[in-house]
Design a binder for this molecule. Structure first.
Ligand code: ADP
Ligand code: CP
Length: 297
């Protein structure tokens, strides 16, 4: 097999901060993202794409809440699977469209992907994953008082609801993804961080209510399918130290030990660059060749 790359992009790239989250808006953003991938595919790279779902899964939770007196609300793991389907559909469609226009007949498919987590993960007692729309501080306080949701300030962009986010341990569909890749298919997998499931006392996998961080799931996916490179696409072209300060310095190529040092010095905040750097470092520490964090362009 040629060189394989796992590429992760954020739910906030699919529904931007100032957008309502209509399907049309998502398609426009996804189309732009896909046009940036065509050259890689045409140059023979085997791609696995993974995507976030924070804004989208939060919107499904709001719909659940508003309609629960009429139709039953679905558990959060089912809502994550819904986002794998809807966003996978949009990516599959738009990527196929740009490939066909470029005269490249390459199959693209979405895999509903379960990710194993530990039911004893302390993350279930400490929600940290922001989902859904951004609110003002006042609105957030009212939501907590009315519904009991935990709300946090998300990287200077506003307040959001947070849900538990356990660590991904294994991509359960890894063999199927590997076969598809080997056969020359572009695979969309582990969307929204994957559907969280755990092994119960009877040895059966069971869904659990959480949203896994897609960057951490992405590096696990990259390791599990033996990818050479792990790429995280986000809103900045370079990771920086002293980000947002006058002394800000953009990083180019760094080693794992430099990355760990900058991390310890506190350059990468939780909820934004923190999980991306952690994911990038974990991939290389566990045998990956290189991780890249940059913008889609
Ligand atoms: N040290 C840093 N270097 C670069 N960007 C940073 C840094 N710290 C925080 N950021 C911010 O984090 C953002 C990426 O996090 P986020 O928007 O949550 O990701 P996602 O693309 O997954 O939605 C960047 O666009 C930037 O605004
Ligand atoms: N699941 C997840 O990490 O989604 P975002 O990238 O949209 O936050």
């Amino acid at each position: 097999m040629g060189k394989s790359i796992v590429i992760a992009f954020g739910g906030n790239a699919i529904t931007k901060e100032n957008q309502k989250g209509t399907f049309q808006e998502q398609v426009v953003n996804i189309k732009e993202m896909c046009s940036n991938l065509v050259d890689l595919i045409k140059n023979g790279y085997h791609l696995v794409l993974t995507h976030g779902n924070g804004p989208q899964v939060g919107n499904i939770l709001i719909k659940n809440e508003l309609s629960k007196s009429i139709v039953p609300a679905m558990p959060l793991d089912v809502c994550v699977s819904n986002t794998q389907g809807s966003l996978g559909y949009a990516i599959q469609q738009e990527l196929t469209n740009v490939l066909v226009k470029d005269k490249a007949q390459i199959p693209v498919v979405t895999v509903v992907t379960r990710v194993k987590v530990d039911i004893a993960d302390p993350a279930f007692q400490n929600p940290t994953k922001p989902v859904g729309p951004f609110y003002s501080e006042n609105e957030a306080k009212n939501i907590t008082a009315e519904k009991g949701y935990v709300m946090i300030e998300d990287s200077g962009r506003g307040w959001r609801r947070v849900v538990p986010s356990p660590l991904p341990l294994e991509i359960l569909e890894k063999e199927a993804i590997h076969y598809l890749l080997e056969g020359g298919t572009v695979v969309i997998a582990a969307g929204g961080g994957g559907i969280p499931v755990y092994l119960d006392d009877n040895g059966n996998y069971t869904g659990v209510e959480a949203v896994i961080d897609k960057d951490l799931a992405g590096q696990q996916l990259a390791r599990d399918v033996g990818a050479e490179t792990f790429v995280i696409l986000t809103g900045v072209s370079h990771v920086a130290i002293n980000y947002g300060k006058e002394s800000q310095k953009e990083l180019d190529t760094i080693t794992v030990s430099e990355g760990r040092r900058y991390q310890q010095e506190g350059h990468f905040p939780p909820g934004s660059m923190g999980p991306k750097m952690e994911a990038a470092l974990l991939f290389v520490e566990n045998g990956g060749h290189k991780s890249i964090i940059t913008s889609p362009e």
